[in-house]
Design a protein around this ligand. Sequence first.
Ligand code: HEM
Length: 455
Amino acid sequence: MKSVIEYPPGPTYLFPYTLVRKFLRDPLKILIDISHTYGDIAHFKFGKQNVYLLNHPDYIEDVLVTNYRHFIKSRGLQVSKRLLGNGLVTSEGEYHDQQRHLIQPTFYPKRIKSYADMMINQALRMCNSWHNGAILDIHKEMTHLTLAIISKTLLGYDIKPEDDEVGDALLTCMKYFNRLLMPFGELIEKIPLLPINKGFQKAKRDLDSIVYRMINEHRKKLDKEHKKEDDDLLLTLLQAQDEEAGIARMTDQQLRDEVMTIFLAGHETTANALTWTYYLLSEHPATETKLQEELQSVFGNNRTNVTVEDVPRLEYTEKILTESMRLYPPAWALGRQVIDDYIVGGYTIPAGSIILMSQYVMHRDPRYFPEPDRFYPDRWTEEFKKQLPRFSYFPFGGGIRGCIGEPFAWLEAILLTAAICSQWRMKLVPSHKVVMKPLITLRPKFGMHMKVTKI
Ligand code: HEM
């Protein structure tokens, strides 16, 4: 006799695809509604797929940290292998852990600190190209800037602000990737002549040729004598594989996958975090004034002189960014697929089910964040942080699959905010529509048009 599965409460619909349609229209609202109505664990069908939404920090910790071996990444990430190959974001199991171990040293704080000057210089270069009173799409500016930074630090490769080739190719890939993530997204691939497929193939070829060129140049550099302190991430990666006893040399394909992964994962998220931050500052003048006071007290009148040593004193800047990523988490949901039956909250989740954990939902939970919709950086006192359950705030995920670039992203976001806001005030154009677009990352649907004024 077949055993009957007991599902946690959740929305049910007469027509199985009703929820899919609603989800496509506004996934953030749907997830918030489900969490408010059904509590810490909810079940629903997404087409034929069983999905469980976890809305409790302890359940999330169990999945991401304590019992992570019971899960693989969900379909979205499997689909993205077409672009990322088998890099850190998409690989699984022992291979993933081995690659993570190999790559981790390139993200140690000392190494990351050495990139600070490059980050600041790129920000100043951008600031110098702006004109007083200009109206700019700040999302585009931030994407260019973070792309230039990851390219320079990772590959020693200069992307000029006017050179859109890499940026355009990445954007084409990301759009394609987003389309594949939709239910039935794979059907798109079955029609190779569709412009979106041709566009993706060309963009992928362009990016591949750049990445392989860089790898070859770095291999040549390694053969010659070079100073270790000048290493960028790719050089370190090439050496790490040689120094690591017992680990076979990475093939060019493996290196390409890792480089492409960090290239993509390492700039778009940060660009979104910065864009939402500048939008929030524009909407909250009192917070902006307080930020200016901190910048004045740290830099005085020499506001172009931002250095890595200033970071510990930029406490309010850090609080602003923390609060901004609470309200607008660049990674707004994580998905995992259950490998073998898994028990949570008294329910058995059958193998093959999808578990969803949403930063957007948890970060707005009034149990942990009073007045959850209010932008209030001052809430982030030491006492407040100490009493928060670990996974009530997790913009960078956690556990063995947590963001390897987190320290890089914090340093970059603080330095860039200090460097940019020291020189420019950004004000939202009143007629501009600000709408959240939750694709792979949480982006502003129509960009972020702002007027920039010299301070
Ligand atoms: C504000 C900026 C960023 C945010 C919010 C963010 C968020 C995240 C999250 C939530 C994950 C975990 C995904 C999961 O568990 O399924 C992740 C993984 C990852 N991130 Fe980030 N990230 C940011 C910046 C960066 C940067 C700057 C880099 C590289 C320089 C980077 C590289 C990666 C990589 C390689 C992974 C996969 C790690 C693994 O599976 O071992 N990220 N990121």
